[in-house]
Design a protein around this ligand. Structure first.
Ligand SMILES: Cc1cc2nc3c(=O)[nH]c(=O)nc-3n(C[C@H](O)[C@H](O)[C@H](O)COP(=O)(O)OP(=O)(O)OC[C@H]3O[C@@H](n4cnc5c(N)ncnc54)[C@H](O)[C@@H]3O)c2cc1C
Length: 394
């Protein structure tokens, strides 16, 4: 196979939010960076998802701390005029039963322990904060310092300022290794050489890592969403999220039995107002499903639950529905760090429902890891080493 270019310092595989953010930060150092995508920027999950830049919905511990840093990175990129699509706004978590209220109580405690502003509210307090909220809501948590950013717009912002080169329609077939070090990537257009490679291919990462001794166990997890038509004067000032969303995401544990619909779709309601006056309403978490068709039963469930929490959502008309596919890792954590045995190869993948909030921060972390700088956080729970073939815990 011919060699197309041997002058790259770093190759990044994947032009979703994680790959593009990594390329942006690495490119800032003056390194020659090539980003390759099998289709085009946002051709994967980043192009079909929701837009919460949220700490309040994260699992307590490392993921919550990373999300806090993620929010900070969005603020700094916004202040620098690089990202224009990020907005600060509150998240409102709501409970409609006493069991859900207990879930929120536990979660609010974890948020406060992590230093996140999160106020517990009664149902009446929540109705004052969110005009139009259903009488069914018995309790809530208001997290004022959250954010919102549409993934493909963030990618667009970063690409506009990035010094990295981008190659579309170039699927990477294989990662090249020579003498225990990464040497580049093989594509149908030829080999591209670099002694540093970042694997940020989302759902495509598992196959590429397979040849390199890693069994990543990344599974598709489908999420269906509906979008309303534009309406003026939307009264909703932030995202409304059900307590069940925390359970569906695994950020909190349930103590009760799961209904049939819950088991199949694992629906956790999110109602997110967009700048356009539309509302994004979702979403399911369907394990093992990788097809992007929308089904009537899921959509009916999503809308029914949304109207239960926030009746005004039923007054508008639906414009469309779509599904995106999350990359879910078997142990519920993303994969971030160096390949355990191949020098120069870095992995940043498996961000399930968190990649929009975390993407720019992960890009910054990848850049610092490559530069040998401190990232100020113990990332060993996310290390690719946990998937090294033959060394995995039973
Ligand atoms: C319904 C839904 C709702 C969501 N809501 C939120 C939310 O509110 N907040 C949040 O933070 N996150 C959310 N997410 C998650 C978020 O969308 C993802 O975590 C994020 O987009 C992942 O970005 P990525 O760059 O890792 O992967 P991707 O966007 O999938 O990018 C990977 C890229 O790699 C390319 N690729 C794959 N294989 C190869 C190959 N062999 N060669 C070259 N290129 C390759 C693909 O074409 C793709 O462009 C949601 C996801 C879904 C589905």
């Amino acid at each position: 196979m011919k060699t197309t270019n041997d002058a790259w310092d770093v190759i990044v595989i994947g032009a979703g939010i994680v790959g593009v953010a990594s390329s942006y930060f690495i490119g800032e150092t003056g390194a020659r960076v090539l980003t390759l995508d099998e289709t085009h920027p946002c051709g994967g999950t980043t192009g079909a998802c929701d837009a919460a830049v949220s700490v309040a919905t994260k699992k307590p511990g490392l993921m919550m701390r990373l999300a806090t840093a993620g929010l900070e990175t969005y603020r700094s990129l916004t202040a620098a005029g690089i990202v224009k699509s990020f907005h600060q706004r509150p998240t409102y978590l709501v409970a409609t039963t006493t069991e859900e209220a207990e879930v929120l109580e536990r979660h609010a405690e974890a948020l406060r322990a992590a230093g996140v502003a999160a106020e517990r509210q009664t149902g009446d307090d929540m109705r004052r904060l969110v005009p139009g909220l259903s009488e069914r809501v018995v309790a809530g948590v208001a997290a004022p310092d959250e954010g919102h950013a549409v993934g493909y717009m963030v990618v667009d912002d970063l690409l506009r300022h990035s010094r990295a080169n981008l190659l579309r329609a170039t699927p990477v077939r294989r990662i090249l290794v020579n003498g225990g070090r990464v040497a580049g990537v093989a594509t149908e257009k030829g080999d591209y050489l670099a002694d540093t490679v970042v694997l940020a291919a989302g759902l495509g990462s598992e196959r590429l890592a397979e040849d390199l001794g890693l069994d990543l166990t990344i599974r598709p997890r489908k999420g269906q969403l509906a979008v309303t038509e534009r309406r003026t004067a939307l009264p909703l000032s932030g995202s409304l999220i059900s307590a069940r969303y925390l359970l569906s995401k695994g950020s909190q544990k349930s103590s009760g039995p799961e209904s049939e619909t819950w088991s199949r779709y694992r629906l956790g309601t999110v109602i997110a107002p967009l700048d356009t006056g539309q509302m994004l309403i979702g979403a399911t978490r369907e394990d093992g499903r990788a097809e992007t068709a929308v089904d009537y039963q899921a959509l009916a469930g999503i809308l029914r639950e949304a109207v239960k929490i926030y009746p005004p959502v039923g007054e508008g008309r639906l414009l469309r529905a779509f599904a995106g596919i999350r990359a879910a890792v078997s142990d519920g954590l993303p994969i971030l760090g160096p390949h355990p045995t191949i020098g120069g190869l870095w992995l940043a993948t498996g961000f399930e429902g968190d990649g929009i909030g975390l993407g720019p921060q992960v890009g910054r972390i990848i850049h610092r890891l490559i530069a040998g700088e401190s990232v100020g956080e113990d990332l060993s729970p996310l290390a690719p080493r946990r998937f090294l073939r033959g060394e995995r815990a039973a």
